[in-house]
Design a protein around this ligand. Sequence first.
Ligand code: CO
Length: 138
Amino acid sequence: MQPIEIDHVAIAVEDIEKAVSYYQDSLGAKVVHREKIESDGVEEVLLSVAESYIQLLTPTNETSPVAKFLAKKGEGLHHIGWRVPDCSAALEELKEKGVDVIDQKPRPGSRGTTVAFVHPKSSFGTMIELVQEMPTGH
Ligand code: CO
């Protein structure tokens, strides 16, 4: 696999507006994107920090995986997005190496990306998201 850089660090939060204010006003990150992904039961706000992002995540319903995460672990690090040139190739390579993946095939992520998740069990406790940007970049 050829990681390009850390695409984003995703943090699960209870109150996304409070979290956005903090990351924006106190830490100087800039909001560049907001999106509700109903199929995943999440609302995300993406804040740019130089060439990568902080992604704040909050559940939109009680059955959302993020709601379950918050109930179990509380607020904090949810996953790390690794930017790769080809999500499908990276995923196949990891599967061949016996890595425990969550998504058997790449799927659409937010802001037009293609993504696949790797199970935290294989990554020493932190879920990893493979992220392929749109051909035009960002
Ligand atoms: Co993500």
